[in-house]
Design a protein around this ligand. Structure first.
Ligand code: SG4
Ligand code: ZN
Length: 263
């Protein structure tokens, strides 16, 4: 596994900028979201399109830094989100997760200084840019939904996470480079709706090298619950460099605005 993306470790995120200069930029993610310093803003409602349909195929991969789900779709059936701060539709790309080695760390974004146990990223690119790679060249090219979870003994029922973990469980270790086709299910199984409590939005970056500054972040305000046993399953995925977590510490805001959108 010798790709550029494997050349970083979560043990030394302060060193990423040596190899990937943008990681030292002024529009980096994640950030601490200070609810009292966020500006209330009104946007058109967020719309999820096509998320209720199962993809043609679904793949789970450990890329050495996270476990991610990628999909293939019949023509014209790729799900999109639109509305909110987004101009036009953004196509679904993949889902992946960030976790820590105990329940008090793991999320990438923090809320009023508080870190949670896991963050699920649903990644999209602006459809008008044609491809994900092309979209990365634009400041509004990528939209990531960052769902925050806290570990408890009684989780919300998240069928998507349950199926993901069930599919990887049989192996003793679902390690870097491992990949597996799973039986396709609709992305709505991840309980993506967040209209009830609203969300925060700000302009940031990819949270991994090369830390490209092309992301419109949307962070739902409601914190979800995840079963501690499910968190243990995430922690059991071996990562590159024997990393025991895959969250990046928060980066400075550098004068950016964080907007609060009510539900
Ligand atoms: C994870 O490493 C994903 O596997 C990457 O996806 C993703 O990179 C990276 O995180 C950064 O995304 O939402 N955390 S983040 O800012 O989406 C990209 C792939 O490499 C480019 C496909
Ligand atoms: Zn991520």
């Amino acid at each position: 596994h010798g790709t550029a993306s494997s050349q970083f470790s979560y043990k030394s995120p302060q060193e990423w900028s040596k190899q990937f200069p943008t990681c030292g930029g002024r529009r980096q993610s994640p950030i601490n979201i200070d609810s009292r310093n966020s500006q209330i803003k009104e946007y058109p409602p967020i719309r999820f399109n096509g998320y209720g349909k199962a993809p043609r195929s679904m793949n789970v991969t450990n890329d050495g830094h996270t476990v991610e789900i990628t999909t293939t779709w019949a023509n014209q059936e790729v799900p999109t989100i639109s509305g909110g701060p987004l101009n036009g539709p953004y196509e679904f790309e993949e889902v992946h997760f960030h976790w820590g080695n105990n329940n008090h760390v793991g999320s990438e974004h923090t809320i009023n200084g508080r870190q949670f146990s896991l963050e699920m990223h649903v990644v999209h690119f602006r459809k008008s840019y044609g491809t994900f790679t092309e979209a990365l060249k634009h400041g509004d090219g990528i939209a990531v939904l960052g769902y925050i979870f806290f570990g408890t003994s009684n989780s919300d029922n998240n069928e998507g996470i349950r199926r993901l973990l069930r599919s990887t469980a049989p192996q003793q270790a679902f390690g870097p480079g491992e990949s597996e086709l799973i039986s396709p299910f609709p992305l709505t199984f991840f309980n993506l709706d967040f209209t009830r409590k609203g969300y925060y939005t700000y302009l940031g970056s990819l949270t991994t090298p090369p830390c490209t500054e092309s992301v419109i972040w949307l962070v739902p305000k409601s914190i979800r619950n995840i079963d501690s046993r499910e968190l243990a399953a995430f922690r059991s995925f071996p990562l590159d460099n024997e990393d025991d977590h895959d969250y990046r510490p928060v980066r400075p805001l550098n004068g950016r605005s964080v907007f609060s959108v009510r539900g």
